[in-house]
Design a protein around this ligand. Structure first.
Ligand SMILES: Nc1ncnc2c1ncn2[C@@H]1O[C@H](COP(=O)(O)OP(=O)(O)OP(=O)(O)O)[C@@H](O)[C@H]1O
Ligand SMILES: [Mg+2]
Length: 276
């Protein structure tokens, strides 16, 4: 057997600030009273949004983390910090492993290029090699049911067709660290149903998963622990059940639809996690 690759994420006392050079001072007072978003401070005369404050997180192989918290709490910013896209303004971070950041399903796709070419580009962006992607094209083609459309430029696709292509590629990769922002939960229910097994397999073969999502069903199905973000801070980090219970005030496992319940009961990855 091959040894497990070293996959880990460590973040020590990390903060991420965004200085805003073009803020309108007249409207700033109003913003300060708002309920959502990170704290707005100021250094000299430049307002600064403290998107993340003093974050300490340590993740290892096998961790499947759901990220919860209200709008502007810092989930997407945290995913960018964990991917290495953002460097901490203060503190430090160390990321070991190949990161696949899936923040926006179709990002980086070119409307003028064909479906096939876009499969390649997106796969390379997500850390795959050209040869590896070539081996997967048939499988992606079959899954997307796009047939001859894969030879047509992407601009001729409907929205749903684009989503099929993007989801086909994303679920075909082998990520060491998989970071998913809400986007994936936004695809249409019928197609998600079809993609569900692929999504589960994708998570099962990834080393670390961090998944920002608001849906109990999605969280329960893909994650076993959770982080609750609030005003740029980690408010709670623990088992999925405990964190969601505290954040939402209800047990996520008691409000699942029947199909999800049945699936997690059968899932080789997740069965047993709901019981503790
Ligand atoms: N590029 C940026 N420039 C300035 N401020 C930003 C930037 N990105 C995020 N912020 C701020 O950082 C804070 C956290 O935003 P973030 O997008 O991480 O929240 P979120 O938890 O993902 O919210 P949502 O649930 O709405 O997606 C917010 O106050 C937001 O205004
Ligand atoms: Mg977000």
């Amino acid at each position: 057997m091959r040894p497990q690759p070293m996959v880990s994420i460590d973040v020590w006392n990390a903060s991420v600030d965004f200085p805003i050079f073009d803020a309108k001072s007249r409207s700033l007072k109003k913003l300060a009273l708002g309920k959502v978003g990170g704290k707005i401070g100021a250094e000299g005369r430049v307002p600064i949004i403290e998107a993340l404050h003093d974050i300490n997180i340590s993740l290892r192989h096998g961790d499947r983390v759901g990220l919860v918290g209200h709008n502007g709490a810092g989930k997407s910013t945290l995913l960018r910090l964990l991917s290495g896209i953002y460097e901490p303004t203060r503190g430090s971070s160390r990321i070991q492993g190949k990161v696949a950041p899936v923040f926006d399903l179709g990002v980086g796709m070119d409307p003028e290029l064909s479906g096939y070419e876009n499969i390649m580009i997106r796969g390379l962006f997500l850390g795959m090699g050209r040869k590896e992607m070539e081996k997967r094209v048939d499988d992606i083609t079959e899954f997307t049911e796009l047939g001859d459309y894969l030879s047509m430029p992407l601009r001729t696709y409907s929205t749903g067709m684009r989503v099929r292509l993007a989801l086909g590629v994303v679920t075909s990769i082998d990520p060491e660290i998989l970071l998913l922002d809400e986007g994936i939960g936004a695809v249409d229910a019928a197609f998600l149903e079809k993609a569900r097994d692929r999504l589960n397999d994708l998570v099962a073969r990834s080393g670390i998963l961090v998944f920002a999502n608001h849906s109990d069903d999605m969280l329960v199905e893909l994650c076993n622990t959770a982080i609750w973000m609030d005003e740029g801070r980690v408010k709670m980090h623990g088992s999925l059940r405990e964190v969601v219970k505290t954040y939402k005030g209800r047990d996520p496992y008691e409000h699942l639809n029947a199909a999800t319940l049945e699936r997690i009961g059968q899932s080789p990855v997740l069965s047993g996690n709901g019981g503790e």
